[in-house]
Design a protein. Structure first.
Length: 186
């Protein structure tokens, strides 16, 4: 009896390593990180021109290595562009966990949450992007824009606007200058 249970347990553990497809857990030896990186790069080159092909490549990348954070992040951006906010947020959460020192998944998660009307959660996500990468300009821009758009300015908002006015491109500099008037500077 015990031997039967152990045999079933062993077979199910080995069988779990053999499963395939995105989101099927892989044994460490079954992960192909290099392939996942190559496919993710190919997808990044296509993401603006052929999203269907890019999505297919990203799914293949995740089949090669479920734990490849950039593939999750890029797949999330495709979903975000399509307005598939739940799916986008899910991919950004995966990427956030797999890329603990990178601001992009947190910034992108904030964008998805903001579009979904979860303003407090979006602001928190933008702030965590700045926690892991202080001074990350796209995160500063998203945070300041969200604060102003939703009437959630705080004592840091003037400093964010000043940072954007100094470091942003021409369009962002103008945006920051227009909004900095009337905000407290203390």
């Amino acid at each position: 009896m015990i031997r039967s249970v152990l045999l079933i347990l062993f077979v199910s553990l080995v069988g779990g390593c053999a499963s395939s497809g995105p989101y099927a857990p892989l044994c460490e030896s079954a992960r192909d990180t290099r392939r996942a990186q190559d496919l993710t790069q190919r997808a990044a080159d296509l993401i603006l021109t052929d999203t269907a092909k890019a999505e297919s490549l990203l799914r293949d990348a995740l089949t090669a290595d479920l734990y490849h954070g950039p593939a999750h992040n890029n797949l999330g951006t495709i979903y975000l562009e399509r307005g598939q906010l739940y799916e986008a947020a899910s991919e950004f959460e995966w990427a956030r966990r797999l890329m603990p020192g990178h601001p992009d998944p947190r910034l992108n998660l904030g964008l998805a949450l903001e579009r979904a009307g979860k303003i407090d959660a979006a602001l928190d996500s933008y702030r965590t992007a700045l926690d892991v990468y202080p001074g990350h300009l796209p995160s500063i821009q998203a945070l300041a824009r969200c604060q102003i758009r939703h009437g959630r300015t705080d004592d840091r908002t003037p400093a964010w606007l000043e940072e954007i006015a100094m470091r942003g491109d021409a369009q962002w500099r103008e945006w920051a200058r227009e909004r900095s008037f009337g905000l407290p500077t203390d």
